[in-house]
Design a protein around this ligand. Structure first.
Ligand code: C2E
Ligand code: MG
Ligand code: MG
Length: 966
């Protein structure tokens, strides 16, 4: 394991937590169950209790009603007849009823008798109406004591008992002829009898409408009677009991109150009795506490169950989980170990089985990823895709579970043909075979680029599956490998049995096909890029880069194998004319035909390259003799000379060819190139349309020139013109610009004429260079003219070699015509050496006749002859910089310069002073009447953009001088 890996997680023993959780659950469950059942029982008892007291209270209403009626009946009976004069007999009769406990007689007019209830007027009216009046005498402590002086007490009343009031029925009675009010006391023993129907724990109380206790079976706290009176009794059903609760001595009580109303009976007076039956409310807690021992037992039992359950579970589960845990740890370290499931049970068994399935799947995927990675590596490492196909196909077999795999690489140029690479799973590779791609299958693959299954009875329909069939495949799957719109390859796998492959196997096949597609795509793109980088887009020939590679390869080859090869440097003669006369498109066509003809002239293995423009090279390999190169060069010249018809015109291409043999002539790229270049130039110089072998005399004669690289500079257009203004000393305006040649060498930067003009003169290249200067100068002047900023004149330096050319005047004329310029705008600067050459002198005359101005350059150096000025058609002289350098400090130089100016004027020539570097020089020239001045003090030779700016700003001499001074 890696040091940075986290340590493995420890598997905690599960029994502790299970036991704890189960115990907690049990305790909570038991407590809740105990509490809830106590609550339910108490509520039920409560409800039963309330029902019982309500029923009892209601039950006593008719009991007391009937007892009162009965007492009333006795009273009526006793008072219905006069008992005579004897009160004793009345008392005896009263006692004999058993219902009444005594009678007190009060005279009619007596308002109140001590201890007896007073009678209201309504009571007296009721008495006189013959009705009985119910009266209550409250109980002790203010229980009715014996009246202080009862007027008549025929029968002594029963002594008062606490908690029980005296209940009387008053009625008129005639005793001894006198009508009196008799207060008949109801016998408490009789009235309150049979109250044992009320269970012992309950009490019964009767309270009148004023809250006075008539009877109380158990003592009632003060306020309770009034509470009972206020009970919300339904007036229509007064006998229906209402339950009330109260606190008494710190205990909760509950009672049911029913009402007895006598107003609908013959009895008048205190006719509302509230009959209450009451009891202490049930307290749940003692009941709950009574359950505690039982619960403790239950808890103990539960704990035992928990212990057993925990032991059972951990015995069955813990080992399984521990093994899965260990297997997961191994998986973390990359080991795919399955867990044994034989011993496991329940959920752990399912977990272990799922784990095993997952591990198997992971293992399969890992293996597949490994195979795919291997395919990637093989594709990346292979230089050629085909080299890697065999091992790749073996991996495809592994991934798809196939017995055989093949890939058919479709020919680029023929979609119906392919080469099939076939491999069987046991490691055997078969020879590469050519197969046909059936159009029907190709169409099908293009339409559905996913895997297609080919059943066994269709196998022989498809030719490209033949190699798989030959190896015993009975069913196949194929995947197209599309590069862009094209089927670049077909991947196919074969199975020995007919069963369809599994979905993952198909998806891996798709991934393999995708990898092949990327590889083929990259290869094709690489080829395209390589082609772009190494081949000329116009002719499809190798370009300069590839040519260099091939040449260096060939140099090594000839050195290693002691062979001889040749390099041909071919330059088309006057190709520019074709471009100029029939246009670039036609020129391109011509170059393409030239390329084809060149290729046709050489054998397979030789290289024909286009270096650019009209320059071609040919590497001829392994020549038996040098002459063969000459023969091929002649063949090329002949082949090219055959007419080429472009745009309805026949063109005859002529070429100059330089031939060099290597390693005979040289053994480095640079030297071989230079030799071929030099030979070609000599061929051109020697009259064009010919081939010349390089020889060492060419090197000696042209060594500095060749080394100067001027040939290539000219061909590659490395020259540019700078322009130095000449100012009119009278007007201050720019009168002319002199074109001065610059060589923009890619290696050495800008090179000045003194560096290369001598070599150009020596090699004769100055003629070609001069022609280019003439054409570019005229072209630039035309641009300035078109922009409206042209200087009056353009001065060009001309070599004597140019003037020697018979055609030079025509060349100048054509150049002027091409740029639509008049000859007068051109001034050609020549040096005095031209006068020594007759041909040059003739050209000068012809030029002068044409109207071109001529200036004598570098005047005042060497043997300047005034005679020349007189004899030749020179329009101006240019005083040389070397003379000007002495002016105005050297009097001799001053007088020489002054006399040159004077004489020139005398001969009607203009004077241009060049190399003017100081203001005193300028003053001197002005004073002497010199017309034009050119020099650093005014302006240096400038690039086209700078001169154009100067010309368009029309900055005059004064401004430049002021700027120079300031
Ligand atoms: P040139 O025709 O006498 O040109 C004048 C030379 O003097 C130029 O040098 C110019 O840059 C330089 N010059 C002008 N004013 C001053 C100045 O105030 N002080 C100094 N020290 N030099 C000044 P450049 O361009 O190096 O050319 C040198 C010579 O090369 C030219 O002398 C001319 O003979 C020759 N040359 C230049 N261009 C061509 C060309 O296109 N064809 C031919 N055949 N010869 C050329
Ligand atoms: Mg000049
Ligand atoms: Mg000069």
């Amino acid at each position: 394991m890696n040091a940075a890996d986290p340590p493995p997680l420890r598997m905690p023993p599960m029994w502790r937590r299970v036991a704890l959780v189960m115990t907690l659950v049990m305790v909570v469950a038991l407590s809740v169950a105990g509490w809830a059942s106590v609550r339910a029982i108490t509520a039920q008892i409560d409800r039963d209790d309330a029902t019982q007291v309500s029923e009892l209270a209601a039950q006593f209403v008719p009991v007391f009603r009937s007892r009162l009626h009965m007492a009333d009946a006795w009273v009526r009976y006793l008072t219905a007849t006069e008992p005579g004069t004897d009160e004793q007999s009345l008392r005896a009769r009263v006692l004999a009823t058993g219902t009444l406990a005594g009678v007190v007689l009060v005279p009619l007019d007596e308002r109140s008798a001590g201890g007896l209830p007073s009678l209201a007027t309504s009571d007296r009216l009721a008495l006189t109406a013959g009705r009985s009046v119910l009266k209550i005498v409250p109980s002790a402590p203010s229980a009715p004591a014996a009246p202080a002086a009862p007027a008549v007490q025929a029968v002594p009343a029963t002594p008062a008992v606490p908690g029980r009031a005296g209940v009387y029925l008053a009625h008129l009675v005639t005793v001894a002829g006198a009508q009196q009010i008799g207060f008949f006391q109801l016998a408490p023993v009789w009235l309150w009898r049979d109250l044992d129907q009320v269970p012992g724990r309950m009490g019964l109380a009767v309270v009148d409408a004023g809250g006075s206790v008539i009877f109380a079976g158990a003592p009632l706290a003060s306020g309770v009677p009034h509470l009972l009176v206020r009970a919300p009794i339904d007036a229509r059903h007064p006998a229906r009991a209402v339950v009330q609760g109260w606190q008494q001595d710190g205990t909760a009580w509950r009672g049911a109150v029913a009402q007895l109303r006598l107003d609908d009976t013959p009895i008048a007076g205190d006719g509302v009795w509230n009959i209450a039956v009451y009891d202490k409310a049930i307290d749940a807690w003692p009941a709950l506490f009574s359950l505690v021992p039982m619960m403790l037992v239950l808890l103990l039992l539960g704990a035992l169950c928990v212990l057993f359950g925990t032991w059972y579970l951990s015995r069955r589960w813990q080992p399984a989980l521990t093994r899965v845990h260990a297997a997961l740890d191994q998986l973390r370290q990359g080991v795919f170990a399955p867990v044994e499931v034989g011993w496991a049970a329940d959920a752990p068994r399912v977990v272990a089985q799922s784990y095993n399935l997952a591990v198997a799947e992971l293992q399969r995927r890992f293996a597949a990823q490994g195979y795919l990675a291997e395919i990637d590596r093989l594709l990346l490492e292979a230089e050629e895709l085909e080299q890697a196909l065999e091992p790749i196909l073996a991996r495809v077999c592994d991934l798809t579970g196939a017995q055989t795999a093949a890939v058919a690489l479709v020919d680029r140029d023929a979609a119906a043909h392919a080469r099939s690479f076939t491999v069987s799973a046991d490691g055997g590779a078969c020879p590469i075979s050519r197969v046909n791609i059936d159009e029907e299958m190709a169409q099908q693959l293009r339409e559905s680029p996913q895997a297609s299954t080919v059943p066994s009875h269709h196998l022989d329909r498809y030719g490209f599956l033949e190699p798989l069939r030959a190896l015993g495949a009975r069913s196949c799957c194929v995947w197209p490998v599309m590069v862009g719109e094209r089927i670049a390859a077909i991947l196919s796998v074969g199975y020995g049995e007919v069963a369809a492959p599994l979905a993952p196997q198909l998806s891996f096949g798709t991934e393999c096909a995708a990898r092949l597609r990327t590889a083929l795509d990259n290869a094709e793109r690489g080829e395209r890029l390589y082609h772009q980088a190494h081949f000329d887009s116009l002719t499809s020939l190798p370009n300069r880069l590839l040519f260099h590679d091939r040449l260096s390869q060939e140099l090594k080859n000839v050195a290693d194998n002691d062979q001889r090869s040749a390099l041909l440097y071919i330059d088309l003669d006057h190709f520019k004319k074709v471009n100029d006369s029939v246009g670039h498109v036609a020129g391109d066509q011509l170059l393409t035909i030239v390329a084809q003809r060149l290729r046709a002239c050489v054998k397979e293995g030789d290289t024909v390259a286009r270096l650019g423009g009209d320059e071609f090279t040919v590497i001829l390999r392994n020549l038996p003799s040098g002459d063969v190169a000459g023969t091929i060069a002649e063949r090329i010249i002949e082949a090219l000379q055959r007419p080429v018809n472009i745009a309805g015109r026949d063109h005859f291409v002529r070429a100059s060819i330089g031939i060099t043999l290597f390693p005979d002539d040289a053994n480095t790229i640079e030297a071989v190139m230079r030799n071929a270049d030099l030979a070609m130039y000599h061929a051109k110089d020697g009259g064009r349309a010919r081939a010349l072998f390089f020889d060492s005399t060419m090197t000696r004669a042209l060594a500095p020139v060749a080394q100067s690289g001027l040939f290539r500079a000219l061909r590659r257009r490395e020259f540019a013109l700078h322009y130095q203004p000449q100012f009119d000393l009278r007007t201050g305006a720019v009168a002319a610009v002199e074109a001065l040649l610059r060589w923009q060498s890619p290696r050495e930067g800008v090179r000045l004429p003194h560096d290369f003009i001598p070599a150009a003169e020596e090699s004769g290249l100055i003629v070609d260079i001069g022609t280019w200067v003439l054409e570019s100068g005229c072209h630039q002047l035309a641009i300035w003219r078109d922009d409206g900023i042209a200087p009056v004149r353009l001065a060009l330096n001309v070599s004597v070699q140019q003037l020697r050319l018979a055609d030079f005047t025509n060349l100048v004329r054509r150049s002027l015509e091409r740029a639509s310029l008049t000859p007068g705008v051109l001034e050609l600067e020549v040096t005095e050496t031209v006068f020594a050459d007759e041909a040059a002198r003739q050209t000068l005359r012809a030029l002068s006749e044409l109207g071109v101005r001529l200036a004598l350059d570098d005047f005042g150096t060497g043997y300047s002859s005034l005679n020349h000025l007189r004899q030749h058609p020179v329009d101006a002289i240019k005083i040389d910089r070397s003379l000007m350098q002495e002016v105005p400090d050297d009097p001799k130089a001053n007088s020489l310069a002054a006399s040159i100016i004077d004489m020139a004027h005398a001969l009607g020539k203009q004077v241009v002073a060049e190399g003017v570097e100081t203001l005193p020089q300028l003053d001197f020239l002005r004073e002497r009447g010199c017309e034009l001045a050119q020099g650093y003090v005014l302006a240096r030779p400038l690039g086209v953009a700078e001169v154009s700016e100067l010309l368009s700003s029309r900055q005059g001499l004064e401004l430049l001088l002021r700027r120079a001074a300031g």
